[in-house]
Design a protein around this ligand. Structure first.
Ligand code: ATP
Ligand code: MG
Length: 353
């Protein structure tokens, strides 16, 4: 009967081993019943609120719990997003041990898109707020600096210049920060460019000061046509992402670090509600520690950082720059794997020119 359900259902014993999987579960996990039987359930599911203790308690107590947005790990390493419900129960036949009934519902594409646009709106609101604030700080800052300069000229004693120097230096420091918060202030200068030329520049730039345990691998799709971009903006955006990978791998130290830069053509992409027949996809993948759980939801907000001395502006700026191109950035990350994907629409016109 369970095999007729469209919801994926698994039965798990007290040792947390799978004892049964219905057809829907087999197709969701892309494995046969034979392969799944006796497999440890937690090797397929990842979420901070899911662990063996929680499952065992549910089996014993016979309660129900639900967790949304669990990462479901497939055999080939890909991850899916799913909501799960776990129910502990005692089978009717005597002699059979208590079990856990697990329902897994993949979060569908539509929900993902609406979450995506909601997140995007929130990020934009946060960015506007910070930008507004930065703007308000910038104006008086100029005045303070100017006044300190004038004062310096009027001050008779040389030793008092120390103080005006501090004011000027600190104003300059703040001014730098505020300028970064405000982001690029000139409108984009769109020209036809080969996206791989831009990527190669970044690779050269980053390779210059790479510690030797990090390798950069390229995997380009040469069929991507020249496209209308602001070269500096795209370079800055991708550089911010690649730099984060380098920093994450450098912090890791012992392991062999690999950064992959992959490009592909993507057809029929929806970006912020608009459908594009043709997009360039740029993927930056690293095998670092993964993005810390606690900042995953706010990753693109300005000033969100896990680094000492980090300003948390790199990704926020990257997103602004990609927005200028009508594109979007997606992230997928788990321990040992972080993947940023950029989508840039390719104008049909560009293809023929
Ligand atoms: N490839 C990655 N691997 C692991 N964590 C990452 C990766 N990329 C980004 N992060 C996390 O995202 C946070 C925000 O990144 P972002 O580039 O916006 O700021 P930052 O790098 O901390 O500071 P800044 O770029 O302004 O110097 C980082 O602090 C880091 O915790
Ligand atoms: Mg950064």
């Amino acid at each position: 009967m369970l095999d007729n359900l469209s919801t994926a259902v698994l039965l798990v014993d007290t040792g947390l081993k799978i004892t049964y999987a219905n057809h829907a579960a087999q197709s969701l996990l892309e494995q046969s019943l034979n392969q799944l039987q006796e497999a440890y359930i937690l090797q397929f599911l990842m979420h901070p609120n899911l662990d063996s203790t929680r499952f065992r308690q549910t089996i014993q107590g016979g309660e129900i719990f639900s967790v949304s947005e669990v990462q479901v790990i497939l055999a080939d390493g890909r991850h899916l997003l799913a909501d799960i419900t776990a129910t502990g129960f005692e089978p009717k036949e005597r002699g059979t041990q208590r079990s856990l009934l697990l329902e897994i519902r993949q979060v569908d594409q539509q929900k993902r898109i609406s979450q995506e646009s909601q997140q995007w709106a929130q990020q934009q609101a946060a960015r506007d707020l910070v930008r507004g604030l930065a703007h308000e700080i910038k104006n008086p800052l100029g005045g303070i600096r100017g006044a300190a300069q004038l004062l310096e000229k009027e001050l008779p004693a040389q030793e008092l210049h120390e103080f005006t120097k501090v004011i000027i230096e600190q104003s300059d420091r703040l001014r730098n920060l505020v300028d970064r918060l405000l982001g690029p202030n000139s409108p984009p200068n769109f020209q036809l460019h080969n996206v791989h030329k831009v990527l190669e520049k970044i690779r050269t730039l980053v390779s210059l000061d790479l510690s030797h345990n990090i390798t950069i691998i390229r995997d380009y799709d040469p069929s991507i046509p020249d496209m209308r971009l602001d070269q500096d903006m795209i370079q800055q955006a991708v550089l911010n992402i690649v730099r984060n990978s380098v920093q994450a791998l450098t912090a890791l130290n012992q392991q062999e670090g690999v950064i992959q830069i992959i490009t592909r053509i993507e057809r029929q992409m929806t970006i912020h509600g608009r459908r594009y027949p043709l997009c360039a996809q740029i993927k930056i993948v690293d095998n670092g520690p993964g993005i810390p759980e606690q900042i995953r939801d706010t990753l693109f907000y300005p000033m969100v950082t896990s680094k000492q001395g980090g300003t948390g502006l790199g990704l926020s700026i990257a997103q602004t720059l990609i927005d200028h191109h009508g594109g979007k950035i997606e992230v997928d990350s788990w321990p040992g794997h972080t993947e940023f994907t950029l989508y840039l629409p390719i104008d049909k016109k560009d293809k023929h020119s």
